[in-house]
Structure formats: C-alpha cells, structure tokens
Design a protein around this ligand. Structure first.
Ligand SMILES: C[S@@+](CC[C@H](N)C(=O)[O-])C[C@H]1O[C@@H](n2cnc3c(N)ncnc32)[C@H](O)[C@@H]1O
Length: 236
C-alpha cells in the first residue's frame, strides 16, 4: 500500500476573463481555439479546444486556485494533476522556472494542448505525461490541482489516494473544489483517510469554491531516539 493512506483503506484507492481570438483547423478532435487569459497576473496566449475541460475560458475554480495558492518551491518536481489545456501548469512553470512541472492528464488532447501551450510560451521546464508514464516512485514538493470531481466519488478518491501520498516530506498540495460538488465532505474524507503525517486544511474559500491544502510533515532532522541506551551499555 502506498504510504500516506491509513491502513484501514485497502483499496488503492484574474478573475479569469478569457477572450476568444482565433479558430484553427481541427487537429485530433474538436477545433482548436486561441485565447488570451490572465494567469497570476501574466497575460498569456493559449490554445484550447472543445472536448477538453473548460475549453472556452479559464475555469472559475482554477482562477480561484491561482489567486489563492501559496508560493511554490524554487526547485524540485511539481505536479499539476489533471492538467487540461494547462492553465495551472503554465502558472506553476512561470512562477518557478527552476523547478520541473509535471503535467498529468488521461486525455491525450489535453496533453497535446498543454505541451503546445508550454512551448509557445517558452516554458521549457514543463514535462507532459499520461498518468502511467510517471515513475511510480516519483515524489513532488508541490501539487496543485483542479481535480476531476465529475468522474465520481470512488474514482476521485482512488485518484487522490494514488497521488497525494506522493507528496515529498515538507511538501504542500492545493486542490480547488466547488462547495456544491462536495468540497467539505471531501475535506472530511481526506482527514479521515490520509495518514497522520499528511495534514488537511482549508486554505481559502471564494466564489463558491474551497481550496483544500494538504501538507506533509518535514523529515525530523534530529529525531528523538526511542531507545536511548548507549550502544556500549547494550554490548556489556
Ligand atoms: C477539472 S479538470 C481541470 C483541468 C485544468 N487543470 C484546468 O484547471 O482547467 C480535471 C482534469 O483531470 C483529468 N483527469 C480525469 N481523470 C484523470 C485521471 N485519472 N488522471 C489524471 N487526470 C485525469 C481530466 O481529463 C481533466 O482534464
């Protein structure tokens, strides 16, 4: 079982105003559109498409997350779980240019768009992958996500229990969830389910969305010896 999950669970369990600019020929699905969006104060031009989550604008929940998320580590591996066309990935990559941002999505078109958007915006620190392409042992110093609530409770729980335990010691996750779609019950479930070194809190509440934070304890640099017997005495 992955660490980070309590033993009783055996199952693996800007205001965002976007503007329509252009329409490109269909490529691997619905028509691609180019839009200008604001991500954490930066205006960027991005490609989106029908058939990908919030293909016509920056999702208001994502806007809440980007407005309220705390600072990112300068370095290390960061994760955007469920990247869609990439707004969270792009914001993370721009905010932490020396870190590597892993953008993960099951949807191949979403991955194509995120990769194109990173490339078009000169963000060379983005790596886009399908979920099973990441090393199972990979850990992340930060995770930001607008998770796919609509896949259903069991699938969502399984997804979060597969990825949140991959927070590195001292790592920090932020998840945005609509209050009407069960943010508070998800909060309680995470508290009950994650191991005691993973602490769940509500870091923000805005416009009908909650931002849930998960923090993993840092490694204790000077742990208390549970058996403080001098090795010399033990030998005697
Ligand atoms: C709510 S959308 C968020 C998209 C994007 N991050 C945004 O903020 O606009 C959730 C994303 O999770 C993806 N997704 C669904 N199931 C997934 C899974 N098992 N693993 C990874 N991504 C998944 C969906 O394809 C979708 O793009």
């Amino acid at each position: 079982m992955a660490s980070g999950v309590r033993a009783r669970h055996s199952r693996p369990v800007s205001t965002g105003q976007s503007h329509y600019f252009d329409e490109r020929p269909p490529a691997g699905g619905g028509p691609e559109k180019v839009r200008r969006v604001e991500l954490q104060g930066r205006e960027v031009e991005v490609r989106t498409a029908a058939g990908v989550f919030s293909g016509d604008r920056l999702d208001p929940g994502t806007a809440v997350l980007l407005r309220h998320a705390g600072p990112l580590p300068d370095e290390g591996d960061l994760l955007d779980l469920g990247c869609g066309w990439g707004p969270i990935t792009l914001a993370m990559a721009a905010a932490s240019p020396r870190a590597t941002v892993w953008a993960v999505d099951v949807n191949a078109r979403a991955r194509e768009l995120t990769a194109a958007n990173a490339r078009d915006n000169g963000l060379t620190n983005v790596r886009v992958r399908a979920p099973d392409e990441l090393d199972a042992g990979a850990t992340f110093t930060a995770v930001w996500s607008n998770p796919p609530i609509r896949i259903g409770k069991d699938a969502l729980h399984a997804l979060l229990l597969a990825w949140l335990p991959r927070l590195a010691p001292g790592g920090h996750a932020e998840l945005v969830v609509q209050r009407n779609l069960g943010a508070d019950s998800l909060h309680r479930w995470l508290e009950e389910t994650l191991t005691e070194d993973l602490h769940v809190s509500r870091s923000a509440s805005s416009k009908g969305y909650r931002v849930l934070a998960v923090d993993r304890d840092p490694v204790d640099p000077d742990p208390v010896d549970p058996d403080p017997v001098d090795p010399a005495d033990r030998r005697a």
